[in-house]
Design a protein around this ligand. Structure first.
Ligand code: ADP
Length: 435
């Protein structure tokens, strides 16, 4: 057993003289017992049970010798009380009555021994020694048990902490490698996505110009020969259908190009390809701006928005990126509520020196098996077109790069709370550098 302050104290007090309480209404008996035992033990006399209880409450005793028949509480009743209130004190009954049943009862209640008066003083001393040995063994056993239980608890909490750290490491590594992958893809796609998007814009304008020209052209009189040639080409091209469908085909392509451009932009942010300036910003202003941006959700009647803003210092950060986090979290909250009705609550304040922003919704919640995956890029439970599965992975990267953490708690059917904690003066790494 390791030496702790508590058990060192126990061992020291154990080594000093054990204290014995001698409870008997006859003074002569008390004196004879004390005379025999006081060479090895400190003896304290008590004339009745009440006096004994008062002494027990005041001092530590290793053992008590109890007479049975005394005025007031009997020795057996005192034994019962002691087993309940002073279980650490060993008890030997010393009685003039040696009826078998009484002896059995006393031993069953918890007395260590039952001696019959007048008893041989050598037998008394031997019984006291053995009772004290047994008590010491019991106490050691109890101490070992407590120590083991304490160590088990420590081990369990160390194991939980290790598991948490391991999960965090895996998550961090995953995020770093996914960030690199996403960064590479975004880098390659950035130019083609850009010209695809801008060319589609131009193509739309050109096509509507040609459309206007064709409308005039169709009304122009043609020679029989040219009309026949034009008709043959028109038939081959399914001209009427082509003209009707061309604007919507171009519009679909434009929409597709816009989505590709947005995804590439998100991937770039996720992998931190875009660096902007660090500024001291008002977090509340950023959240309010994000809410304005999401007016399609937050101006509707089925979502109630509650803002509980605390006092926050200005935070040194990349404002644009943090705003993207608020937009993502607030979009998800609103989409989780769907047609509602529901409530979104934003609470801010300082938590142990960090700026805390808590966004809770009363939406549909997240299934436990999905909770582990929501920060993975491209994980989405939303229909195509509504979700890309990038919002949370981007937010995770942004908060992490500001030296903060993002946490989630959710109950399916009840709602979800995302909490972000960012140091008031966020230290951000340059792109590509590990945190
Ligand atoms: P997306 O919103 O495009 O699906 P996200 O990365 O933002 O991508 O979210 C990933 C998934 O996490 C969502 O599809 C949804 O299943 C879940 N999720 C995120 N926020 C919430 C929320 N507030 N309530 C319920 N589910 C959520």
């Amino acid at each position: 057993m390791p030496i702790t302050e508590a058990n060192l104290y126990d061992q020291l007090s154990e080594q000093s003289k054990s204290r014995i309480l001698i409870v008997d209404d006859e003074e002569a008996v008390r004196k004879v017992f004390a005379a025999r035992l006081e060479k090895h033990y400190e003896c304290v006399p008590a004339a009745n049970a009440q006096e004994a209880l008062t002494l027990l409450a005041r001092q530590q005793f290793a053992l008590a010798l109890l007479d049975v028949q005394m005025p007031g509480l009997s020795g057996i009743e005192l034994l019962r009380k002691m087993i309940k209130d002073f279980p650490d004190v060993a008890v030997i009954i010393v009685s003039g009555i040696g009826r078998g049943q009484r002896v059995i009862d006393a031993l069953r209640i918890g007395a260590f021994d039952y001696l019959i008066k007048p008893c041989d003083l050598d037998v008394l001393q031997l019984s006291v020694e053995r009772a004290l040995e047994r008590r010491a063994l019991l106490r050691d056993g109890k101490r070992y048990k407590q120590d083991l239980e304490k160590r088990n608890e420590e081990l369990a909490s160390q194991k939980a902490e290790l598991e948490r750290l391991q999960a965090q490491l895996v998550q961090n590594e995953k995020m770093v490698s996914l960030g690199q992958l996403a960064g590479g893809v975004a880098h390659e796609l950035n130019n083609p996505a850009g010209f695809l998007y801008s060319n589609m814009e131009s193509l739309g304008e050109y096509a509507s110009g040609i459309e206007r020209l064709l409308a005039i052209h169709d009304r122009m009189p043609l020679s029989t020969e040219l009309a026949a040639e034009a008709n043959a080409v028109k038939q081959e091209l399914h001209y009427e259908r082509l003209r009707a469908e061309l604007p919507s085909i171009i519009a679909d392509c434009q929409e597709g190009a816009r989505r590709i451009r947005d995804i590439v932009m998100n991937l770039r942010t996720f992998s931190r390809l875009d660096e902007a300036e660090v500024k001291k910003v008002d977090i509340h202003a950023g959240i309010d701006a994000s809410i304005r941006l999401l007016s399609q959700y937050y101006n509707s009647s089925h979502i109630t928005l509650r803002r509980d803003y605390g006092d926050l210092p200005l935070v040194e950060c990349f404002a644009g990126q943090l705003n993207q986090v608020w937009v993502n979290l607030l979009t998800n909250a609103a989409q989780a509520i769907g047609q509602g009705p529901g409530q979104v609550r934003i609470e801010t304040g300082l938590d142990d020196g960090a700026v805390a922003v808590k966004i809770s919704d009363t939406g549909k919640g997240i299934e436990p098996q999905d909770l582990k995956r929501i920060f993975d890029p491209f994980f989405t439970t939303k229909p195509t077109g509504e979700g890309t599965g990038l919002g949370l992975s981007i937010s995770y990267g942004i908060i992490e790069s500001h030296g903060g953490v993002i946490k989630v708690e959710s109950t399916p059917g009840k709602g979800t709370t995302f909490t972000t904690l960012i140091p008031a003066s966020a230290q951000r790494c340059k792109a590509g550098q590990p945190n």
